[in-house]
Write a new protein. Sequence first.
Length: 951
Amino acid sequence: MNKKILIILPLIFSSFIFAENLKSPTSYSKNLYEEIILSGNYDKKIDHPDKFLDFNYGDRVASPSQIHDAINTYKNQSDKLKVVTYGYSHEGRPLHALFISSPENLNNLEDFEDKLSRLSDPRVTNNRQAKEIIESLPAIAWMSYSIHGNETSGSDAALGLIYHLIADNSPKTLNMLKNMVIIIDPIMNPDGRARFVKSLEQYRGTAPNYDDQSLIHTGDWPYGRTNHYYFDLNRDWFYLTQPETQGRVSLINKWRPQILVDAHEMGAQDTFMTGPAREPINKNMDKDLLKWGNVFAQDQGSEFDKRNWRFYTGEWHEDLYPGYSFYVNFRGTLGILYEQSRMAEDGVKRPEGTIQSYKESVHHQFVSSLVNLNTLLKNTKEMYKDFWNGRKLNISKDSKWANQSFVILPTKNKSRLNTLAKKLQSQDIEIYINSEEIDVVNVLKQTGDVINQFTIPKGSTIIPNRQPEAPLISAILEFDAEIDEDVLKKEREAALRDGSSIMYDTTAFNFTMMYGLEAVTVPENLKDNLSIWEPASVEIDVDENAIMWIVDGTDDLSVTFAARLMEQDVQVRIVDKDIILSGKSFSRGSPVVIAMDNPKNSMLVQLIKNTAKNLNVSVSSLYTGFGSEELPDWGGRHFRLLNKPQIAILSHEGFSSYDVGVSWWSLDHHLGIRHSQLNTSMIGYADLRRYNTLIMPSGYRPLNQSEISVLKDWIKQGGTLIANNGSTRMLVSDNSITSIKDVSDSFENSHDYNIKLQREFLSNNTTIDLDYVNNNKITSDISYPWEATDNRIDSDTLQKRDKWQSLFMPSGAFVSGRVDDKHWLTFGTIDTLPLLYSNFPVLMAGSGSKAVIRVGELINDNNQDIYKTINWSDIPAGNDLNIRMSGLVWPEASTRIANSAYLTQERYGKGQIILFSGEPNFRGSSLGTNRVWLNAVVYGSGMGTSARINP
Ligand SMILES: [Zn+2]
């Protein structure tokens, strides 16, 4: 049967049955905007976009499947189009890049790719060859749309643009295709768009709706912006955690386009923004590109003027963070951002009473695209020359990157290092390893200290910055991104005036701190005696005659190993101290499977072997449980039995979709074990006994009293509650469920908090004076830590200062985390763990709780000969405290958060509460703190609650 008839039949039925129920609207939105978007001299053999839509092109939002239908048809109808599928979204939707050019050019794509790769590496190409390549290459543009799924007009414009370019027979378009390869990525985030299109269907009534507050315009939680796991794909360009970004960036990096257009939408009451960014701009970015950015913006602006369309450039658009689409600028491509006000999909009423239609917003994006393509056509050769000069600078000994190398120190956390190396290599960054020690001078540590003499241990991972991708390497590995004094001035003034910020994203983002890997920067170009980096070998030794099998606890995959075996009902223990068994040493936190614990499991050896193979993690067989001298033995209390985690994540309205998404993704990505997401509105009547571990991502929904009491009962019975940021703040301010306080609520008891802190300090560093201890007489010579200073600050002053200091909280910067290296939550972490810190609750841990990670690295400093008092806390003589590691942390903020807890753990009944002041899984990339969170999720129930014995 013909498709048309199929559509008509239900229409006839519906008009018979329902015609009386709904009134027709008094007007239609399709009449709002009379301009025609597609007005070329079109080839009749190519189907008009209307053919694939159940509305006229531009009137409404095309779904991903409608656009894919068009692409699949065009593929067969035109020889000016080649479709490359660069990946699939989490929900299985294809990700396409459409190469559009003359048929001759499309036959030469391989040749172009080869030339581009040679033009990018002056080590294999000379000036004469470069000149030839530039003369023979077509212009190359990458046009990408709607990375945020609910910013829809871009993809609709892309559909029109594809049609226009392949169907228009005007000399102008034909000439364009003769001299250009235009790569169109029409739907960058198909899953988010599909989610939003579905909500448009669901909230549609009969009359068009122009109220931008109504559900049809906003959609609902988790909204359409993000992908399947609620990741913002426009923050993922170098962290590369999502399949959409991984596939896309790999293809873009191969093609090195001259421009990359990234078409977005912004607030409905706004106009249109494009053009170069304002400060702060990342200092590694090529200045030529800023110049070209202005050229493109000027042409685009004149066209908008001509058509009487409003626009602006700069304003809120900054580019410090390299994970936006402006990522491409570090590789020599000009990134161009469009921000169209958001009309989805009937149109939006504005304060002056006009209604801007959806079709007009599509038209803006369409026209902008064509104007940018024409500007490129005019300037392509000049831009290639600048590109070539930039590439030469990158490897020259005169660049600012020339004498700098990044060194990641050796680690037993093989899987984490492998992940980082893979991400760097996939971005064409060359990395090396040294087989001999290297002596260097003036080495910069992550904490900002400079070491005069330093020996790089053998087996370090070395990334010299003098490479073709020098700007990118520096942007993503340098410990601190440079911010101009003028920007700092404006930022401080904004904070003082109204508590606002001119920083659009985090001010710190470097890979090694995100990953919690120790690294140093060496001020020289390391190049001698290095070999190409390769992953360490994996040894899977699972002997059925062994008495136990163990994985080293430093490796993140050890948590995965334990979690996956427990899910298959294997009893797993964890060794909570460093240990040497059968002559091999293992870190504290190593999971071990003991044959005697699993007497009925006939498949045990096979399960262990398969799990290790599947994860590619080393396992050792052990034949004795005797740890020599004082080291733990297998029957003792250091071999602690774990409990299979049964996990639920609280979710939905009231929680940060990002933090829910990344928690969910972390479980699926790092562990792959079963868990449930609960709609929190049903927490009052859900049967929580099914779970022993509840994850409460950051949220802003206060629980009501009955929900709190349900949670309390559940924890008392042995549950582990893990909360982040906003939810931690909520639990702390509730005042009945946890003993942890926010600093603003702690001044009356500041002495007690300080004493707890001093006990921690002293318990890590005490000396014994035998005469003093063995004295048989009573002595009046006892030292009290708080009496070492008379600088105590009264609670009134503390309160006033805190209020002032809180004006300057960071908006995403690294601070030093001081780790309790005896606590099970810190298995696998380094001693000074970088914490990505924002305006989080500042946590105070009193008696009955543990401050597992505190803010501030305690360092020896013999110049500090007296106790130093910072707000409520003292630092013992002979020490100083490092707080800031990277990014903007005002001294007021450092003072406020010094010695506060980032992570706390406390018992509650038979269960426990674990509070993170921040969001440990940020963007799926803060692997340092993510490990701590995984420890909480997988080991929490076994390590921090009372063991349950089933009678
Ligand atoms: Zn956007």
